[in-house]
Design a protein around this ligand. Structure first.
Ligand SMILES: Cc1cc2nc3c(=O)[nH]c(=O)nc-3n(C[C@H](O)[C@H](O)[C@H](O)COP(=O)(O)OP(=O)(O)OC[C@H]3O[C@@H](n4cnc5c(N)ncnc54)[C@H](O)[C@@H]3O)c2cc1C
Length: 431
């Protein structure tokens, strides 16, 4: 048996990491404060999550509780729309994903880890600064006792998988780099709310004047959420429900599609911001998943990133017989690169270039003005974009280059782009 590792938090990152490390012979103790609620964000997965589900051996079980998702679509209020179908991205990768009931998904992962014999302590872990000069953080005596440990037998490693609680970073006051947006998200599950999907499980994202919305088909309902600038959100009403209602009514598309909507749940509220810790490890500890950093959810990368970070940490760091700073740094650099790649990609959606490109293409097709070169270029751009949104090619230098080049050189009409920009702090009728 190798070292004991304490994992703080049993979300996707924590539970998956426990399974990966147990396979390597580590003894894992997972602290889980079991704060699972009825309604949780993270309902839409991207294709690149499939290899992780397969490695964990849970894809069939996930499929049984989920809606098969074959792609995504992006719309502007003026009707411009671009659809991505995962099976079109190449036969070598699984061309599917799932829309999941998130609390059930997390429970499934936890139960799977428990069934493998991993120890769970269903308590909030308490951390404190290290006192032995060897580790930067340690578990409190009470938390150690809950796991049947003492100071003498304390874990060699603490993995912070506590999500946006960022337990270790907060304790150590580690600064973070924040993204430019500061949004609030409101969402609920509905019946009678339509979504003009082009294929099964298609997630629809719609640009709103004041942000964007999601429509995620689940097995027995539609999840509808809006993400709006936090300052604007306060002007939309005094309760989460009033704010969600106002945002839906402000969109001509959502207003019509939701004309017969019935709420199946209360409205949940989340803060939406982007952040990465300036340091993700230290003596005796390392962070994984949202605890290390989180990206804007527009393209649904969060759960994938949590599983990918767990797999990367396992592969780059814990696989070794002796853990060195260089490996931890390589892991942190890799995750930073992921964050940069997603942020750059998501910006094409926020800054209007993606929908601008779709509009330009539609015009060319309508006018019949696309020559062979134009058609080829358009195929390359769609392929690159599609591969990047699945998560398989997000960090591919070739795909990134194709997208950058086409935005710099093929997109000519600034007005078309500006009209499709999602601006923070602008509400319908205000401007
Ligand atoms: C508005 C919005 C929409 C989103 N939509 C999507 C989407 O469609 N698809 C997607 O993939 N992602 C989405 N995400 C992101 C996704 O939810 C997260 O990225 C993902 O949950 C991260 O997983 P994690 O395991 O790192 O953290 P979490 O899922 O947050 O898990 C951390 C766990 O640790 C527990 N914990 C915290 N502190 C302690 C402690 N001291 N002791 C014990 N336990 C503790 C917490 O209670 C929690 O259970 C969205 C996020 C937002 C804000």
């Amino acid at each position: 048996m190798r070292d004991t590792v304490a994992i703080i938090g049993a979300g996707p990152a924590g539970s998956a990491l426990a399974c990966f490390l147990q396979e390597r012979g580590y003894r894992c103790i997972v602290y889980s404060n079991l704060k699972t609620i009825d309604l949780m964000v993270g309902e839409s997965l991207i294709s690149a999550v499939i290899p992780h589900l397969q490695r964990l051996g849970i894809e069939d079980e996930v499929a049984q509780i989920s809606e098969l998702k074959l792609g995504a679509g992006f719309r502007h209020g003026d009707g411009t729309r671009v659809d991505f179908r995962f099976p079109d991205f190449g036969a070598r990768r699984p061309g599917r994903a799932y829309n999941i009931p998130r609390p059930a998904f997390d429970n499934l992962l936890r139960d799977h880890a428990r069934a493998r014999g991993i120890t769970f302590v269903d308590e909030q872990a308490k951390l404190e600064p290290g006192t032995d000069g060897e580790r930067e953080v340690q578990l409190s005596d009470a938390s150690l006792a809950q796991a049947g440990l003492t100071r003498a037998t304390q874990p060699a490693w603490i993995v912070d998988a506590s999500g946006r609680a960022r337990s270790v970073s907060r304790l150590l006051d580690i600064p973070a780099r924040r993204g430019g947006r500061n949004d609030a998200a409101y969402f609920a599950h509905f019946s009678g709310f339509e979504a003009p999907t082009a294929f099964q499980g298609q997630v629809l994202l719609t640009a709103l004047d004041q942000g964007w919305s999601w429509q995620i088909p689940l097995r027995d309902c539609l999840s509808v959420g809006v993400v709006v600038d936090a300052g604007i959100a306060r002007q939309l009403g005094s309760s989460p429900r009033e704010r969600l209602e106002a945002a839906i009514e402000s969109s001509p598309l959502l207003r019509v599609e939701g004309a017969r909507r019935q709420y199946l749940t209360d409205v949940a509220t989340y803060a939406n911001y982007q952040l990465i810790s300036e340091r993700g490890f230290g003596p005796g500890w390392v962070a994984v998943g949202d605890a290390l950093g989180f990206v804007d959810p527009m393209l649904s990368p969060g759960v994938f990133m949590a599983l990918e970070a767990a797999a990367t940490l396992d592969h780059m760091v814990f696989r070794r017989s002796r853990i060195e700073t260089a490996q931890l740094q390589a892991y942190y650099d890799t995750m930073q690169d992921w964050h940069r790649a997603w942020t750059t990609l998501i910006n094409y959606f926020y800054n209007g270039q993606l929908l601008g490109m779709a509009e330009q293409r539609n015009n060319m097709m309508r006018e019949g003005s696309a020559n062979l070169f134009g058609k080829l270029a358009e195929k390359m751009v769609s392929g690159a974009l599609a591969g990047m949104t699945t998560g398989y090619k997000t960090r591919s230098a070739l795909s990134q280059g194709i997208l950058r080049h086409s935005c710099d050189h093929m997109l000519k009409d600034q007005e078309v782009i500006d009209a499709r920009r999602i601006r923070p702090g602008v509400f319908v009728g205000q401007n």
